[in-house]
Design a protein around this ligand. Structure first.
Ligand code: ADP
Ligand code: MG
Length: 360
């Protein structure tokens, strides 16, 4: 177990900056999930920490030791990739033992470590099999076993579930949560799946276009996204976002005008005349016949405990998704209208940053 401290870390390939100078401190034993769209620099950041890429600027310390120029093998970490890359001609036991063999550990020591790790990942009955005779989830467990058998201080995982089907992803997600609880190893986990980030992370790092947008506990990012990128990245179905204009500002907040003429109050500090994006979460819309968010139901998604009504687009406003109780009956084409409490409204300024909220 170890902390990870990154300062001013950046990466250029030729003239392209793939990672802008980045600071990030990860505590000993923390489970940090880095989330963001494809191509935003997640793998580059992880590979820099692993020592698989040379940084353009900045430093990396693991457990208080500067490893910026240390070889990957001397950093006390292990990495699990999306493709498990097991040796097909070796048994599960031999695959797990491989890093210990390379490190020239004594045979008895190797046998004991392999047995212990196999036990912790439920692989004991599979030790004599070859990877070809395993399911996708079992193979992924073997690759994790191989990564942790040397007891890394930090475990790096790059989209480890991306190759698995939906059902297995959910099961493996639960296994990662259990694994972290059991091993208490510092884990840095990269994904483009916000659900994995929300459910696994102690803290989420949201990245966009080679920069960290926001770092925080999952529910803090959900409740108070600092930027439009974070608002889009966290939550499913996503936050409804629509253009608006601040018309009036007073001590309690602002009145914004939607393109269709409706007015919405927000407990936010802003100046009249500012162009904004207004954001509302589907579960914060409350039925209100005179409410500003109205339209015919174009699509109705029943999930059982709850449902989502998709209200038809009205020009620049786009489709608005509202959450309803699971037992609410709706006919397609029926017009529904919703309002929202002023303290639930998010406003993002022209620079994409959230306008400050006023205390309740
Ligand atoms: P992510 O993992 O978030 O999908 P990556 O870190 O893999 O993103 O890539 C970020 C950006 O850096 C992409 O635009 C990618 O094309 C570019 N990139 C990654 N590796 C290299 C490389 N070796 N040479 C040039 N560009 C690269
Ligand atoms: Mg990647």
């Amino acid at each position: 177990m170890a902390s990870v401290a990154i300062a001013g870390l950046s990466k250029r390939f030729g003239t392209t900056t793939v990672l802008a100078p980045t600071d990030l401190s990860i505590e000993d034993g923390e489970f940090v999930v880095i989330v963001g769209p494809s191509g935003c620099g997640k793998s580059t950041l992880l590979r820099l920490i692993a020592g698989l890429e040379e940084p353009s600027t900045g430093s990396i310390a693991i457990g208080g030791r500067d490893v910026t120029h240390a070889a990957p093998a001397d950093r006390g970490l292990a990495m699990v990739f999306q493709s498990y890359a097991l040796y097909p001609h070796l048994t599960v036991a031999e695959n797990i033992a491989f890093p210990l063999k390379v490190a020239k550990r004594p045979g008895a020591d190797i046998a004991a470590r392999v047995a212990a790790v196999a036990e912790s990942l439920d692989l004991t009955t599979l030790l004599a099999r070859r990877p070809g005779a395993l399911s996708g989830g079992q193979r992924q467990r073997v690759s994790i076993a191989r990564a942790i058998v040397r007891e890394p201080q930090v475990l790096l995982l790059d989209e480890p579930l991306s190759n698995l089907d939906a059902e297995l992803r959910v099961r493996m997600r639960h296994e990662f949560a259990r694994l972290h609880a059991r091993l208490a190893t510092t884990m840095i986990y990269v994904t483009h799946d916000q659900l994995e980030a929300m459910t696994l992370a102690n803290r989420i790092v949201v990245m966009s276009e080679g920069r960290i947008e926001q770092v925080g506990a999952p529910l803090d990012l959900y409740a108070a996204p600092a930027t439009l990128h974070v608002a889009r990245a966290i939550g499913s179905p996503g936050m409804n976002l629509m253009p608006a204009m601040i018309e009036e500002a007073d001590a309690d907040g602002v009145t914004v005008r939607l393109p269709d003429g409706h007015a919405v109050r927000a407990s936010v500090a802003g100046a009249a005349g500012t162009t904004v994006m207004l954001g509302v979460r589907p579960e914060h819309l409350v039925p209100d016949a005179a409410g500003p968010f109205a339209g015919p139901v174009e699509l109705f998604e029943r999930l059982g405990p709850l449902s989502f009504a998709h209200l038809g687009a009205r020009g620049a406003i786009g489709t608005v998704v509202a959450q309803l109780p699971g037992d609410r009956r709706v006919t397609l084409g029926e017009t529904l209208a919703f309002g929202i409490a002023p303290d639930r409204v998010h406003l993002f300024g022209p620079d994409g940053r959230a306008l400050p909220r006023l205390p309740a």
